[in-house]
Ligand binder design. Structure first.
Ligand code: SAM
Length: 282
């Protein structure tokens, strides 16, 4: 669907939306790139999307154009008139909330089953990602995440063991969901261009492994990666039950955290929650 709207550059100029560094504003104006990002979650015809930080509405246009009904939360009230125009051009397809995405009760606002899409400043994006991945209920209220990150953060989310980028974020992202880098985005695509390259990450929830809770897994990875250069027998020694669990699972305590696969972390956390003696059958 093509919306009857003026070019984004004109909208930005007319509403005086100069990018504010303090709000982490780097806008995307290239319609083709925005359409590619809007295709990352999959077909959006009739789907609900929760967009965080629509700014002047470039990505919002692409999402509506792909057939989605969008609920968007934006903190910068200067953007609201531009978003109101977009709302008028696509009646019933865009609901804008003025506010801080870190403060709203998004589940109550957006409801179950929405795709989340966002191009956010680094610090806000990472805080929200951890919140969305950290949900007690699984599968979570959202269907998928399509999020722009600095390339370095995207690499940490999808990192494999035995690489410098592998750590707590990789385990948190991979133990019950499947993260992928969907699209590298060159810094020159943004106005103004940031200092670093970016990438769009796509995350779809998978089944949660049985018998493991997020809190145990977090305590384990925090201790293990808190001293990532040390052997596990050192880094885990003050975490109750962790060394015994390594023994039960059959993991050599002289290994370092970054050599353990996500499945191995899950197995150790499961055993910590439901301890068994070495040699006992599973
Ligand atoms: N989505 C637009 C685009 O792709 O061109 C704008 C992206 S810009 C990087 C980030 C947007 O997020 C800005 O409009 C900014 O005002 C908004 N923002 C920053 N922090 C926010 C927060 N805590 N809650 C809601 N919006 C926020």
């Amino acid at each position: 669907m093509s919306l009857p709207l003026p070019p984004l550059r004109d909208v930005i100029a007319r509403h005086g939306l100069s990018a504010e560094k303090a709000l982490g504003q780097n806008f995307l104006l290239d319609g083709q790139l925005l359409d590619r990002i809007a295709r990352v979650p999959g077909p959006l015809e009739g789907e609900r999307v929760y967009e965080v930080g629509p700014g002047p509405g470039g990505l919002t246009r692409a999402l509506i154009g792909a057939g989605a009904e969008v609920t968007a939360v934006e903190r910068d009230r200067r953007c609201l008139p531009a978003l109101a125009e977009l709302s008028e051009a696509a009646p019933g397809r865009l609901h804008v909330i003025e506010g801080d995405a870190l403060a709203i009760d998004e589940r109550a606002t957006v409801g179950e089953g929405a795709h989340i899409v966002a191009n956010l400043p680094y610090n806000v994006g990472t805080a929200l990602l951890v919140r969305w991945l950290d949900a007690q209920d699984w599968p979570p209220w959202w269907r998928s995440l399509t999020l722009m990150f600095q390339k370095e953060v995207a690499d940490r989310i999808v990192a494999r063991p035995d690489t410098p980028a592998y750590g707590r974020l990789a385990v948190l992202a991979q133990w019950r969901s499947m993260p992928k880098i969907a699209l590298p985005v060159h810094r020159s695509a943004f106005v103004p261009p940031p200092k670093v390259m970016s990438a769009v990450v796509h995350i779809v929830p998978t089944e949660q492994p049985e018998g493991v809770g997020i809190r145990t897994l977090e305590a384990l990875t925090a201790a293990a990666f808190g001293q990532r250069r040390k052997m596990l027998r050192q880094s885990l020694k003050s975490l109750p039950g962790a060394l015994a669990a390594l023994d039960v699972v059959g993991i050599d305590p002289t290994r370092r955290a970054e050599t353990l696969s996500v499945d191995e972390f899950v197995a150790v956390a499961r055993t910590m929650q439901s301890p068994r003696r070495p040699g006992e059958d599973f």
